[in-house]
Design a protein around this ligand. Structure first.
Ligand code: PLP
Length: 385
């Protein structure tokens, strides 16, 4: 996809994922729970994928729960862990989590009487681990903080958050959906976010796998209340017939992605830096949102005073460039981004947000085109005013 700069919404399908899905389709695989040969072929594909995912993410195969994506895995983690934990009815999260986390917390508050502490972030979207530590209580059931924010790209100190939570005996879940797209994530000792995190969410379509597949990685022995009740698949933790083809593509993408992640992150960061430098130098008033250094490698997000994010998106789209005004879930919504508001950005400025997330390093010509369109759109908006 030429001119595609919206990888944080969905990343283009990797050839390895496509091949694995075609092979799974051609395998005449049936229901992975069936005892006949066709069922066995499906089960073999699912278990091979589980093994691949476990290896890359530093967990045991039994610690992989396949889901329909990041949203379901986050719901399962937050609701499932909180309801099953006898410690109490208090949750700690940050103000800039993905809606699938914040809305799960709100559900627990509304329906199950949980008390939710939302930790404020600073103006770069960073959560201070000492604020998490101070919020912990004897009845805290779960801390849930994302590894990286999709809208502004800020990478959180989850290792430190996990350390202070572990010291207080509190479970930690991290939403690694955005981080896993460009950084090597692992729940193993010395990995990132490391072995003090008990649960982690990843989603296939953010790093080149198909949409509609994801996983919750959950340490063995931790009680989880399932959300989906039925045939008892995924060891009773997520009922429903497995999506064999999507799972095959998901695992192939995870593996292919893991092999090239180091070099890719460096190349993306340098390409992103070049874009940020040009935009800040040439687009009048443009400002970077999020942290300058602690940010995802392929992530560039700005506010551009005087021109709405939506009109910038339309102008970029007309020039063959796909970008975003924030998260895909919030697209089409005129409200200013809650993430930017939580970072102290004024509502009027928050409405000028624009985000570029690189699936691969950018060609210089594409960078030129982005800067040209943005500059022209700012001039046009100023003339109109
Ligand atoms: C940080 C984060 N968590 C969760 C999700 C939801 O994942 P999915 O689209 O697979 O439901 C997204 C998607 O944008 C995300 O950015």
């Amino acid at each position: 996809m030429r001119g595609y700069l919206d990888a944080a919404a969905t990343s283009p399908l990797l050839p390895e994922a496509r091949e694995a899905m075609i092979a799974a389709l051609d395998a005449d695989a049936a229901n992975a729970s069936s005892v006949h040969a066709a069922g066995h072929r499906a089960r073999t594909i699912v278990e091979h994928a589980r093994q691949q995912l476990a290896e890359v993410c530093g967990v045991r195969p039994s610690e992989v729960i396949f889901t329909s994506g990041g949203t379901e895995a986050n719901n399962l983690a937050v609701i499932g862990l909180a309801l099953a934990n006898p410690r109490g009815r208090h949750l700690v999260t940050s103000a800039i989590e993905h809606p699938s986390v914040l809305e799960s917390c709100a559900y627990l508050q509304r329906v199950h009487g949980f008390d939710v502490t939302e930790i404020a972030v600073n103006d770069r979207g960073m959560t201070d681990p000492s604020k998490i530590e101070s919020a912990l209580r004897p009845d805290t059931a779960l801390v849930t903080v994302g590894l990286a924010n999709g809208e502004v790209g800020t990478v959180q100190p989850v290792q430190e958050i996990a350390r202070v939570s572990a010291a207080a005996g509190v479970l930690v879940h991290t939403d690694a959906v955005q981080a896993a797209a460009t950084l090597p994530v692992s729940m193993s000792q010395g990995g990132w976010p490391g072995n003090q995190v008990q649960a982690m969410t990843i989603a296939s379509h953010k790093f080149g796998g198909p949409q509609g597949a994801g996983a919750l990685l959950l340490r063995d022995g931790i009680a989880l209340e399932p959300l989906l009740h039925g045939g008892g698949q995924e060891h009773g933790r997520r009922s429903g017939t497995e999506n064999v083809v999507a799972i095959a593509g998901f695992a192939a993408a995870v593996t292919a992605h893991a092999h090239r992640i180091g070099a890719r992150a460096l190349a993306l960061a340098s390409s992103r830096d070049a874009l940020v430098e040009r935009v800040l130098a040439e687009v009048p008033g443009a400002q970077l949102t999020g942290d300058e250094t602690e940010r995802l490698p392929g992530h560039a997000s700005f506010t551009v005073p005087g021109v709405s994010g939506e009109s910038l998106l339309v102008a970029l789209d007309a020039a063959g460039i796909a970008a975003s005004s924030g998260s895909a879930c919030a697209a089409g919504n005129d409200e200013p981004s809650p993430v930017l508001l939580a970072m102290g950005v004024l509502p009027e400025l928050a409405q000028t947000a624009i985000r570029f997330t690189l699936p691969e390093p950018m060609e210089p010509a594409l960078r030129d085109r982005v800067v040209r369109v943005m500059t022209a759109e700012v001039s046009r908006a100023r003339r109109l005013r």
